[in-house]
Write a protein that binds this ligand. Structure first.
Ligand code: GLN
Length: 283
């Protein structure tokens, strides 16, 4: 039997020394809350209490994984995005807060449609498409991915968050190959990391799927395909939004301009960095 406060203190120390993340105390708290199966606020209220030997060991074990760089979300199996709790496994990229700007902008654009047809291409956990559907039940949302393992996670999230996996259409597809029909909005957070960035120690030790991150030599492979092929999959007066790296935004905007998109704008993330490019297909 150990006092929770001591276990947390030790975990915090270990994570701070390991220097694998910017929030060692929060990470330790989230891990402990996961093991104790309670919200973090209740864990904090329990600091003076004793926990069982098994719980102590489980916390220590997960903290050790975290100290090697595995993200907390893979250890707890969940990640909050757009105020919703998504299941995550190493088969999917962990949703980033920055990606919420894509959901936010999508919802703004979709306001004027009565029943928009929306494609979340390369959906992974389903975070973008499922969040849009959650806010806008009248939207017809398709979530697609080339990875069937990712789609299994997406399916679980649709069930968990929307009540049924049938609330969105889940399609296994390499790019647009298996996607039928035209869309009012195509939104995507494709792999866009460059090959050089991909070798960084901090990225590698996270254990996220390379196929969800690596966008070829310059990171633009998937982005180019999406904006090129996507143009022919858009209805009149429709939109395409793609997440990208800050340094890619101008290049992507140029590629979209060339392809025929109009009203192109760069969308900034919560830190004010360029994070996505939006283009419209006119009538
Ligand atoms: N924003 C992610 C990162 O920096 C990359 C996401 C992606 O490639 N789609 O790790």
């Amino acid at each position: 039997m150990a006092v929770l406060r001591d276990v947390l203190h030790e975990a915090h120390q270990l994570l701070a020394d390991a220097n694998k993340g910017r929030t060692p105390y929060l990470d330790a708290l989230l891990i402990a809350s996961h093991v104790l199966q309670m919200p973090k606020e209740r864990t904090l209220a329990m600091l003076p209490d004793h926990i069982s030997k098994t719980q102590e060991q489980e916390i220590r074990e997960l903290v050790l994984y975290r100290s090697r760089g595995i993200p907390v979300a893979y250890l707890t199996g969940v990640k909050e995005f757009w105020g919703l709790e998504f299941l995550v496994t190493p088969d999917v990229l962990i949703p980033r807060p920055d990606t919420e700007v894509l959901v936010e902008r999508s919802l703004m654009l979709l306001k004027r449609f009565s029943s928009p047809r929306v494609l979340d291409l390369g959906t992974g956990s389903g975070c973008i498409g499922i969040s849009i559907k959650h806010e806008l039940p009248q939207a017809q949302v398709i979530c697609s991915d080339i990875s069937s393992r990712a789609l299994a996670v997406c399916r679980k999230n649709a069930r968990r968050i929307l009540g049924s996996e049938e609330m969105v259409e889940i399609i296994s597809s390499d790019m647009f190959e298996e996607i039928p029909g035209l869309f009012d909005l195509i939104v995507s957070n494709p792999p866009y990391i460059t090959r050089e960035e991909m070798t960084s120690e901090s990225l590698l030790c996270r254990g996220e799927p390379e196929s969800a991150l690596l966008g070829g030599e310059d990171g633009l492979d998937a982005l180019k395909k999406i904006v090129f092929q996507g143009f022919d999959k858009l209805k009149e007066n429709s939109y395409c939004i793609c997440e990208c790296a800050t340094v890619q935004a101008d290049t992507l905007a140029g590629i979209m301009q060339q392809r025929g998109y109009r009203h192109i704008s760069v969308i900034s993330d919560l830190s004010g960095n360029a994070r996505a490019v939006l283009g419209a297909r006119d009538g």
